[in-house]
Structures are given as C-alpha cells and as structure tokens.
Design a protein around this ligand. Sequence first.
Ligand SMILES: Cc1cc2nc3c(=O)[nH]c(=O)nc-3n(C[C@H](O)[C@H](O)[C@H](O)COP(=O)(O)OP(=O)(O)OC[C@H]3O[C@@H](n4cnc5c(N)ncnc54)[C@H](O)[C@@H]3O)c2cc1C
Length: 410
Amino acid sequence: MYDVAIIGGGASGICAAIHAAENLKNGKVVILEKNQRTGKKLLTTGNGRCNLTNMDISLNHFHTQNPGFVKNIFENFGFDDTKNFFSESGIIYYNEGNKVFPNSLQAASVVDMLRFRATEANVEEICNFNCVSVEYKNCFLIKSKDGKLISSKTLIFACGGKAAPQSGTDGSSYDILKVFGHRMTHIFPSLVQLVGDSKKTVPLKGVKVNGNISVFVDDVNMKTDSGEVLFTEYGVSGPPVFQISRIVSEAVVLKKKCYITLDLLPSYSENEVYSLLKSRNKNLTLDVFTNGLFNKAVGRELIKTVTDYKLNLKANVLKDEELKKLSKTVKEWKFDIHGTKGWESAQVTAGGIKLDNFNCNSMESKLCEGLFACGEVLDVDGDCGGFNLQWAWSSGAVAGKSAAQKIKGM
Ligand SMILES: Cc1cc2nc3c(=O)[nH]c(=O)nc-3n(C[C@H](O)[C@H](O)[C@H](O)COP(=O)(O)OP(=O)(O)OC[C@H]3O[C@@H](n4cnc5c(N)ncnc54)[C@H](O)[C@@H]3O)c2cc1C
C-alpha cells in the first residue's frame, strides 16, 4: 500500500511527487506513468529549451472560470517558491524579457534534475502503467489497462489534458475523475496555429512578417498581439498567433464568425503609410513597388488584394484611391479564419475539470477525501510564455504537500 500515488508523470505530477515525498520523509510515494518514461512532454517544451515560468504571473495571463482559486494557489506557491524549488534542484534561471528558462537552455536538463531529485526523495516510478480506472474502497484502487492493481491511501490526479496526444495526453483520463462526480467545462485546443484563407496564404508559405495581429469575433476586436507571424499552406502560425488562438478556438465552438487583421507597419498611421507609398518611385513595376518595405511576396499579394493590374505594369497606373486602399490594407490586412489546427498541434487544453469541487488551499477534492488533482487536467490554461508550466508547478507543489499533510494526520 502506498501513501501517495500520483497518476501522470508530467510537470505537475513530478513536482507533486517530490513535494509529497520530501514532506513525508519516510513515506511511500509512487508515480504511475503511461509512457515508457516520465517527463516526455516537458522535453519538448519551449522548443526544447523549456520556458519554465514568467516573471509576471499576474492573473490576466490565466484563463479559468474561477480566477480566485488560481490566485489562492499562487499565494501558496508562487514565483519565488518556484525559483527556490528549481535552484534547490540545481537549476538557475536565464531570462528573455519576462520569460524564464533554465540557464542550460535545455529542457532535458530540467527533466534530469527533477527526476534525480525525485529519486533522492525515494519516489518510485512505475512506467508503462496506463491507468483506466480508480475506485475507492477504504483506499484508492488504481487499475491499469493490462490488469495491474495499485493501492494507495491518497491519490494525486496529474494526467494532463487533451493537447499533444503524442506525449501521452489524449483526454481519455478525464472520465476517471468524472466517476467521482467531478464536472467539466467545454474544452478546446489553445496555443495553436490558425486555419483559413489558404488562397491568400499559400503564395506566402514560409514567409515571416513582423507586425500586429488582431482577432475579430462577430466584427468585434477581441485582442491584439505583436511579433513574428508565419504564413503557411493552411493559414498562419507564430508566437502572436498562438496568443490569440484561444479566442478563435472558443469562437469556433460557439459558431461565431472570425477573422484576423495584420498591421504590417504598426509604428506608422494609415496617413503616414499613404504618404510613404505616394512618395515612392512610380517607375518601379508593381511587382517590386513595395520592395524594401515588405518581403517581396508580401508586396505582390498586397497589390493583388487591392487591384487587378498585371504586376509588370509601372506603379504610376495606381490611382490615388488605389494608393489609399493599399495603405489601408497595409494597416488592416484581413484574413478569414475558419478554425484552428487540432489537438495534435496544440500546446495546451483550454478548459477542463471544474475547480469548484476542489479546495483552493489544498487541491483536495470536496467530493472524495484523499483525492487531489493538479495541472492541465483542471480548468486553468495560460498564455504562451511559461504560464502553463507555472500552473503545473504551483498546483503540483500544493497538491503534493497537502497529500503528505493528510497522511501525517491519518
Ligand atoms: C510542444 C509543447 C511546448 C510547450 N512549451 C511550453 C513552455 O515552454 N512553457 C510552458 O509554460 N508550457 C509549455 N507547454 C505546456 C505545458 O507543457 C503543459 O501545460 C504542462 O506540461 C502540463 O503539465 P501536466 O503535468 O498537467 O500534464 P503533462 O505534462 O501533459 O503530463 C501528464 C502526464 O500524464 C500521463 N498520463 C495521461 N493519462 C494517463 C493515464 N491514464 N495513466 C497514466 N499516465 C497518464 C501522460 O503520459 C503525461 O506524462 C508546452 C506544451 C507543448 C505540447
């Protein structure tokens, strides 16, 4: 019989295991992981560099039906606690703006150091354990797909969400928690590429532009972000696209009309763009008229968006109203969006198991004593920038410490 069993050996599960074991000292703590090894998804985070957290973990970077709950958990285990936890594990921070990485810039080193710390604390690991059901009969009875049975006095559920199923999270584990009466919000992919207007984006495939991107739902501007946007054969990708993708994903579920606009020259007003274009050499052919302002392929598509002229004509064919239209397009280049790429491309699950039935100081279920949950399985998701891992560390640490506390009180 284990004291604490953790289902799921991802970021939140490993963190919970370490906190449970270190608080219990001589307790029996086990991680049950579906994959051959723990920490598979962590290895892929931050493009292999692992964006561990963010210097600014204010609540506006997190999405949930219950922000007060998240606030409480961060008060229990916040940025400084996370920093201490990693420095005690031998990891020092490297900052890029507010984004925080391990100084090694290697996600693998984060996994190694966490696994080492877990081993030192006597955390057992049972891999290739695909949990299919949990029952409570005086203790938790945890069953694997191939018939193994593990019993434990307390249980921490850290199975992640539905995003990136290739790393072990296919969403099938929500049902295990639902058996105890827990309810779920709608879930949808977030931090993911946008799909749409491929007729416009195919000729630009592989081109990157810097600018502002705004997302409109039913003609209302919902959010603007800035940075590098990548055109692809299916639509658009890149960091600012990921930041607005949650809004698109939700709008698609609600069957709302969605489009994005790109501002290719954010530091110029529309009038200034017009003056810039008007003063350019009109002996240039349309093909190269905006060369030096934009990528050549982008310049061509802009001209094709506002006129039907052949591109080998000289720019002096452009009438004043066409120059005005071109200026407007530079500031508000519109692309219709039909949706997002699917779960296999998404970095995170928006929505999840509702927080209302958990205690916001301990992560313990109000519906089943001794059952705790943490991480992405719950209805909390963050923006791109280290916020999702911060939630995993904070909720994992609180769940681990609370489970140890429970065992001590038994
Ligand atoms: C490509 C990519 C890059 C990312 N980069 C960043 C980043 O740089 N910064 C950031 O903050 N966030 C990033 N994220 C998001 C972040 O990785 C997750 O939010 C975080 O890992 C969630 O932690 P978790 O412990 O809840 O779940 P996970 O880390 O997903 O772990 C869940 C674990 O549970 C296991 N499991 C699932 N079901 C079962 C079962 N039935 N039985 C046994 N085991 C099971 C899974 O195999 C998995 O190992 C990224 C995500 C992806 C996909």
